[in-house]
Each structure stands twice: as structure tokens, then as C-alpha cells.
Design a protein around this ligand. Structure first.
Ligand code: GLN
Length: 199
């Protein structure tokens, strides 16, 4: 069994835990304090509000432990707000530099709220390299606008007004997903993520 710690301070961690329960090889663990990170094989940082999740992770010192585990090769998937928290460069489409606390682990730049406000949320089909076609739900989503070093963009979304933007990026043991895999049918992204866990 793969023990997957799901950061449970704000956002839709319950949906991620529910999806993981559908996979026979994963056990979800709610991560509220550093103690909960003992013995996890992988970590998910959910969608929600990245300023809130980042702030609470810092207060609870989860950030320090997660950075350490990431550096030791533990796979980490950040979805939507979680993807923002993985990025080294973060700007908001409207306010620019946010100065918010992040983990700064991945060599990617993300733009928050790039598609606009809540009402500009949408669902579409995208193709993820190594995963295939999936339905993706974008809720006040960010996009990956740059990847350097070992980071690679593995999926794009074509948006009628904003254009073609990065939706999935991978760098070694780190996976940034700008949409909400926990809200669509299908577990392909989870399978892909769990395959990153070394046995
Ligand atoms: N817009 C949110 C942020 O910037 C992310 C939204 C989400 O996770 N669905 O933090």
C-alpha cells in the first residue's frame, strides 16, 4: 500500500482522499501536523486558496518537512493552488507579485487566476503526455507559463481567449497540475502520480 499524505489545512483535501480510496493500492492520510508526515510515500497538496494553504503550512511547519521530503525524492503532486505552491515563480494576473509563502520547489513559473474570476471557470478535454486524454476542471485556475532546468510541460490547455497554456508540469518527483483531477471522473492522473513512487 502506498501511503499518500494529503495536506488537510484548507481546500478540497477530502475529495482527493476519496479518489485515493478508489485505488486499491493507496491509503490516504490527512496531513494536519508534521507528525502526520511520518512514513508517507507520497504527498498531495490540494486546490483551494494558495495564500491560505501556504500560510497555514508555514504556521504548522509543514513547509519545512515537505521541502525536506521532496529533496529526498518523495513524490509530490500539487493541484491548482497546490501547483502554485510548488512553483519557484508566482505572479497573479491582476496584482502581479504576490509575495505569498510557497514551497518554491519546481523550476516553473505560474500565473494565478490567469483565466479570470470564479465565473470564468471551465471544463475541457486535454491530452497529458504519458497519461492520455482526460477531462479537466479549471476553477479560478493558474497556468504554467514557463518551465526551465529539468522541468517539462506535459499538457497544454487551449483557451478561446487566453490561448495555449501549460496545464501539467513534471520535474523528477514533482508534479504540478493546474486543474482539479479530484473533481472529474477517472483516476488516470492518480495512477500516473502513484507510478512515480519508487518501490
Ligand atoms: N485561484 C486560487 C489561488 O490562486 C486557486 C484556485 C484553486 O485551487 N481552485 O490560490
Amino acid at each position: 500500500m502506498v501511503r499518500v499524505g494529503v495536506v488537510a489545512v484548507q481546500g478540497d483535501f477530502l475529495e482527493h482522499m476519496q479518489m485515493l480510496r478508489e485505488l486499491s493500492r493507496a491509503t490516504p492520510v490527512a496531513v494536519k501536523s508534521t507528525r502526520d508526515l511520518n512514513n508517507v510515500d507520497a504527498i498531495i497538496i490540494p486546490g483551494g486558496e494558495s495564500t491560505t494553504i501556504g500560510g497555514l503550512m508555514k504556521v504548522r511547519k509543514l513547509d519545512v518537512v515537505i521541502i525536506d521530503l521532496a529533496e529526498r525524492g518523495v513524490p509530490i503532486m500539487g493541484t491548482c493552488a497546490g501547483a502554485i505552491l510548488l512553483a519557484k515563480k508566482v505572479v497573479d494576473r491582476v496584482v502581479g507579485e504576490t509575495g505569498q509563502p510557497t514551497l518554491g520547489l519546481m523550476n516553473i513559473a505560474v500565473v494565478r487566476n490567469i483565466f479570470g474570476r470564479q465565473r470564468d471557470s471551465f471544463e475541457t478535454e486535454i491530452h497529458v503526455e504519458g497519461v492520455g486524454k482526460i477531462r479537466a476542471v479549471f476553477i479560478r485556475a493558474p497556468a504554467v507559463t514557463e518551465a526551465w532546468g529539468e522541468a517539462r510541460i506535459r499538457a497544454y490547455v487551449d483557451h478561446p481567449s487566453v490561448g495555449r497554456l501549460g496545464a501539467v508540469a513534471v520535474e523528477r518527483n514533482l508534479l504540478a497540475v493546474t486543474f482539479h483531477p479530484e473533481l472529474s471522473e477517472g483516476l488516470k492522473i492518480y495512477e500516473y502520480f502513484l507510478n512515480m513512487v519508487k518501490r
